[in-house]
Design a protein around this ligand. Structure first.
Ligand code: ATP
Ligand code: MG
Ligand code: FE
Length: 346
């Protein structure tokens, strides 16, 4: 089964071909990505209308690129998968429209996919795929959740952020430090030369006794520091110290809550997914803490942490393999800009 996946929920156009043979773990045949970061950078964030228009420009050339890379014709596609939500409505409509038009022309079925399920399952494309059941830490630009995952489509929410997402905390703090959008990767690079103990920043909800997160207060604390420092922030070492302290606060909460989720479920396996899963400090601290407990940690390949088409094609392939999805022969579509993962029910 050859699955074409199309992702267009935000500011990345991603297209990929994933092949599933029998019940084996699906394999990535080809993938192509166009990031709109340069286009949105001038505005300090994603401009929805510009995002939709750029998806229109990119999606067909990227589709041709993956077919060429995989060395197959468009007729070889057995199933077309697309991101149905959550995300920007206009951006989602581009991917959904193209996917359904293509499938209709080819007389092949389509399968709508939940973007977060794509992130969640993306480590299955790594060299060391996880086994069920596991605890998943989903840390992206719009979400911060801990889930218990018993199988494909069997997701139980254990806790989530009550305000900002971890990626948002990285991005907003980075903006306060004058770093360009999206600030997460830039802040983490700046943090490498800094002292994580230089500034005392809050660890919100660290001892709340539940598995929820809160990052809005951290952004305010960083703002207070920035104002207090004033011109002193021009010193490269001070900037690096504040970046390192901010990253340390976010990472400590993510690590402690992940360990608490492992305790609460009694599971011995952790999967980390979403853009913040690319963060080096998070990976090294999770690896160290989990090694001490004999817990295995699985991550997506670094280039598949942020949005991509491969995770959408993969999620569709895994859903079909597990018998939890019904590929559709009807080509009417809708999108779901707001859509909790626990609510998926096709
Ligand atoms: P969602 O998936 O919740 O809809 P999204 O698709 O925008 O949101 P992702 O593409 O998964 O989110 O991840 C993007 C986020 O990851 C951004 O907030 C970005 O700053 C953050 N990020 C990426 N790399 C790193 C890194 N190395 N360190 C910290 N944050 C990072
Ligand atoms: Mg993005
Ligand atoms: Fe995402």
């Amino acid at each position: 089964m050859l699955v074409l996946g199309i992702e267009s929920s935000c500011d990345e156009t991603g297209v990929a071909l994933v092949e599933a043979l029998g019940a084996g773990v699906p394999r990535l045949r080809a993938h192509a990505l166009h990031s709109q970061i340069d286009m949105h950078q001038a505005y300090g964030g994603v401009v929805p209308e510009l995002a939709s228009r750029d998806h229109i420009r990119r999606v067909l050339p990227l589709t041709r690129e993956v077919l060429r890379e995989a060395g197959c014709g468009v007729d070889a596609i057995d199933l077309v998968a697309y991101t149905r939500g959550p995300g920007l409505a206009g951006a989602l409509l581009v991917g959904a429209g193209v996917a359904c038009a293509l499938a209709a022309a080819l007389e092949k079925p389509v399968l709508p996919v939940h973007h977060l399920e794509g992130h969640l399952l993306s480590p299955f494309l790594s060299a060391d795929p996880p086994e069920f059941p596991f605890v998943a830490l989903l840390v992206s630009g719009g979400h911060t959740q801990l889930m218990r995952v018993d199988g494909v489509g069997r997701y139980e929410l254990l806790g989530e952020t009550i305000d900002d997402a971890a990626g948002e905390a990285f991005d907003k703090s980075a903006k306060l430090l004058g770093l360009p959008y999206p600030g997460g990767p830039a802040l983490s690079t700046l943090a490498e030369g800094g002292d994580p103990a230089a500034f005392k920043l809050p660890r919100p909800l660290l001892h709340s006794g539940d598995l929820d997160f809160s990052f809005a207060g951290l952004k305010t604390a960083v703002l207070t520091q920035v104002k207090k420092l004033g011109p002193a922030l021009d010193d490269p070492q001070v900037r690096a110290d504040l970046a390192a302290s901010t990253q340390a606060a976010i990472v400590e909460v993510l690590v402690k809550k992940s360990l608490a989720a492992l305790d609460a479920t009694g599971l011995q396996r952790l999967v980390v997914a979403g853009g913040v899963g690319a963060n080096r400090a998070l990976r090294s601290q999770l690896d160290a803490a989990c090694a001490r407990r004999g817990v295995r940690v699985h991550y997506p390949e670094l280039h598949l942490c942020t949005d991509n088409g491969a995770m959408i094609a993969l999620a569709a392939a895994l859903r079909v393999q597990a018998g939890v999805a019904r590929p559709q022969r009807g080509y009417a579509f809708d999108v779901q800009p707001r859509w909790p993962l626990e609510a998926i029910d096709f």
